[in-house]
Design a protein around this ligand. Structure first.
Ligand code: NDP
Ligand code: MG
Ligand code: MG
Length: 330
């Protein structure tokens, strides 16, 4: 089982007298920068010159500079830019200022694990990755709570990388909830697998297949939308609150019997073999290479797939049905 760290395992004073640069002020950046500041730490925010996020950061009382200036001034550099832009920004604006003894931090391992960023050997490389969206990381902190996070050390030049990572995790409130030790490899590979096989890829493909099969069999698309997409939220909310057992306790016995007898026929050995093949493409770097090249080429097939997906009947039916749901935000 995992090693978990809490408040008493982390010492905030490790970061006293150190300057922390948070690069980016999006979902994670705004939450981590504000939490660190409210923990009494010295934080600056690095943004591009015409950044849309600048105003919000300044309104929160944070000092904003360019990424290069922040990298030069800081002892600890947390990169919270979109993963696809990190390598370029690192190369052009951060690497020239990475003096020996500095700490380079991430909230996701992709660029380090797949060698898109190769830091010099004399800096610490640490990950603190909250297991929740930024707005929750901020809200929990303000309420005196925290969101769990993962901690990983990739490179320990100072011999104190873990201590620094734990102090950072405390600064954002994560040790109030619990910080789980992992590696860049484990975090990156499981994150990609989860989103591809289960959360995003698996779930949307399952929803669309169910919808298409009902529509092809002559059922109305509106009814198929409710049964295959809309009600998924109810089921997921129950699983999130109390696990699969709580969801099954809440649904009818008919639904539960159909679940336990039919579910394994949907996710059969053939599907499991496909999932294993997808895991292997992640582990051997085939997926990462494909995605990096796709970005370098200007995303031609990604853009085409995006367009095609948006034209699916389920999206058109959903648009008009959601008009009937006043509780949904537009
Ligand atoms: P966002 O897309 O929400 O924010 C990105 C920020 O980077 C924005 O402030 C944007 O500002 C800025 N930015 C974009 N391009 C550049 C550039 N070229 N130069 C300088 N600044 C730029 O990112 P997230 O917070 O979602 O993700 C950040 C990291 O956190 C990623 O590694 C991600 O994997 C990780 N993570 C994200 C989680 C989440 O909940 N979203 C959860 C856990 C980890 P602007 O465009 O205004 O300049
Ligand atoms: Mg993830
Ligand atoms: Mg991910």
């Amino acid at each position: 089982m995992a090693v978990v760290y809490y408040e008493h395992d982390a010492d905030l004073s490790v970061l006293k007298g150190k300057k922390i640069a948070v690069m980016g002020y999006g979902s994670q950046g705004h939450a981590q920068a504000q939490n660190l500041k409210d923990s009494g730490l010295d934080v600056i925010v690095g943004l591009r010159p015409n950044s849309q996020s600048r105003r919000a950061a300044e309104e929160a009382g944070l000092q904003v500079t360019t990424v290069a200036e922040a990298a030069a001034a800081a002892d600890i550099i947390q990169i919270l830019l979109p993963d696809e832009t990190q390598a370029r920004v690192y190369r052009e604006e951060i690497a020239p200022h990475l003096k020996a003894g500095k700490v380079l931090m991430f909230s996701h391992g992709f660029n380090i694990h797949f060698n898109q960023i190769v830091p010099p050997p004399d800096v610490d490389v640490v990950m603190v990755a909250p297991k929740g969206p930024g707005h929750l990381v901020r809200r929990m902190y303000v309420e005196g709570q925290g969101v769990p996070a993962l901690l990983a050390v990739y490179q320990d030049a100072s011999g104190r990388a873990k201590e620094i990572g734990l102090a950072y995790a405390k600064g954002i409130g994560a040790t109030r909830a619990g910080v789980i030790e992992t590696t860049f490899k484990e975090e990156t590979e499981t994150d990609l697998f989860g989103e591809q096989a289960v959360l995003c890829g698996g779930a949307t493909a399952l929803v669309k297949a169910g919808f298409e099969i009902l529509v092809e069999a002559g059922y109305q698309p509106e009814i198929a939308y409710f049964e295959c997409l809309n009600e998924l939220k109810l089921i997921v909310d129950l699983m999130y609150e109390g696990g699969i057992k709580y969801m099954r306790y809440s649904i009818s016995d008919t639904a539960e019997y159909g679940d336990v007898t039919r579910g394994p026929r949907i996710i059969d050995d053939h599907v499991r073999a496909n999932m294993k093949a997808i895991l292997k493409e992640i582990q051997d770097g085939v997926f990462a290479k494909e995605w990096i090249l796709e970005n370098q080429a200007g995303r031609p097939s990604f853009n085409a797939l995006r367009k095609k997906e948006r034209e699916h009947l389920i999206e058109q039916v959903g648009d008009s049905l959601r008009e009937m749901m006043p509780w949904l935000k537009k």
